[in-house]
Structure formats: structure tokens, C-alpha cells
Design a protein around this ligand. Structure first.
Ligand SMILES: CC(C)(COP(=O)(O)OP(=O)(O)OC[C@H]1O[C@@H](n2cnc3c(N)ncnc32)[C@H](O)[C@@H]1OP(=O)(O)O)[C@@H](O)C(=O)NCCC(=O)NCCS
Length: 155
């Protein structure tokens, strides 16, 4: 990894199209430009992982009524497996604490073992399943619903 510092910066509208292109290469089901723009319009927290000017990944969190929801997260395909997903996730959790959320929720595809392992490793636990929640490559796919107690978690 380069010696240039890796930082989480606020999501900025003028870099959304770059993020969308990066996410397209990283996952079969990327967020669209409109989803990012709607999140900015709604004042959701967007965190972009950067090394200098290079974008490495992003996460979006909505918050309200003492709860936060991780709406999206990805790391650029060629940057995965270096601990950046964990860094971005813990930063998103710290943001949730900062806005006084007691719990953080997320949904993840049942087949996304890699993300589920990451979420469990920071303390998220399964609280339910949403049947046929996502469109899939071969029909619909269930979502695992997970929650993190921010009062107890060590992140
Ligand atoms: C899921 C994702 C964000 C993880 O990011 P990452 O930078 O590769 O993850 P990290 O390197 O920080 O690894 C964090 C943990 O994930 C798990 N993990 C990483 N690679 C894994 C693999 N190939 N298999 C299983 N678990 C894996 C491990 O628990 C790992 O922790 P460890 O290295 O201490 O064992 C990334 O793979 C991604 O962007 N995937 C496509 C988009 C996506 O699925 N987003 C989540 C939607 S809910």
C-alpha cells in the first residue's frame, strides 16, 4: 500500500459519477447515480475512502430517532482484502455514535458471505430475514437483517 495517508472524506456531488463507475466494477448490484444524489439531497452521511485524490470506496448512512442504517458500502475491486472495508465500516459506526444512535441496522444479501463475516466481526448480529428482498442474477434473493448495539460494541 502507498505511504499516502488513507482518509474518510465527505461524499461530494462532483465525484459521484466516479464512485458509481468504481462500484459497477466491484459488485453486480451497484447503487445508481440517482441513489447517491438522493442520499445527498436527504443529507445522509456519505463517507468516501480516499488515498490522495484516488477514491477507494464509499459508505452511506441514514440516521434518525436514535437509530442509524447502513444503506450502502463498497470497496473498489482492486483494493479489497486489505482492511479498507473494516476501516470504512468502523468509521460509519463512529459516525452513528457521534449522532447519538443507540443501534445501527443493515440489510445484506444472504449470499454475501464476505460482507456478513465483516459485519459479524465488528459485532453486528442477525435479527431477521427479509424474503426475496433483492433482485438477483437468478431470481430474487433474501436479505439478512443485522443490528449492532452501539452502546455495547467496541467500535
Ligand atoms: C464487503 C466488502 C465491503 C469488504 O471490503 P474489504 O476491504 O474487502 O474487507 P477487509 O479487507 O476490510 O476485510 C474485512 C473482513 O471481511 C472478511 N473478508 C474479507 N475478505 C474475505 C473473503 N475473501 N472471504 C471471507 N471473508 C472475507 C474478513 O472477516 C475480513 O476480516 P479479516 O481480514 O480480519 O479476516 C467488499 O468486499 C466489497 O466492496 N464487496 C462488494 C460490495 C458489497 O458486497 N458491499 C456490501 C453490501 S451489504
Amino acid at each position: 500500500m502507498s505511504a499516502v495517508e488513507i482518509l474518510v472524506k465527505p461524499l461530494m456531488r462532483h465525484r459521484v459519477s466516479e464512485l458509481v463507475a468504481l462500484e459497477h466494477a466491484a459488485t453486480d448490484f451497484p447503487w445508481t447515480l440517482k441513489m447517491y444524489e438522493d442520499s445527498l439531497d436527504a443529507d445522509y452521511w456519505g463517507g468516501v475512502l480516499c488515498r490522495g485524490q484516488q477514491l477507494l470506496g464509499a459508505a452511506v448512512v441514514s440516521s434518525g430517532a436514535g437509530e442509524s442504517h447502513l444503506l450502502n458500502m463498497f470497496i473498489a475491486i482492486e483494493q479489497q482484502g486489505q482492511g479498507l472495508g473494516r476501516l470504512l465500516l468502523t468509521t460509519a459506526c463512529q459516525h452513528a455514535r457521534h449522532v447519538d444512535a443507540a443501534k445501527m441496522f443493515l440489510e445484506v444479501r444472504v449470499g454475501n458471505g464476505r460482507a456478513i463475516t465483516l459485519y459479524e466481526s465488528v459485532g453486528f448480529r442477525q435479527i431477521g430475514v427479509r424474503k426475496d428482498y433483492y433482485p438477483g442474477l437468478l431470481g430474487r434473493e433474501d436479505a439478512v437483517c443485522m443490528a449492532l448495539n452501539l452502546m455495547q460494541a467496541g467500535v
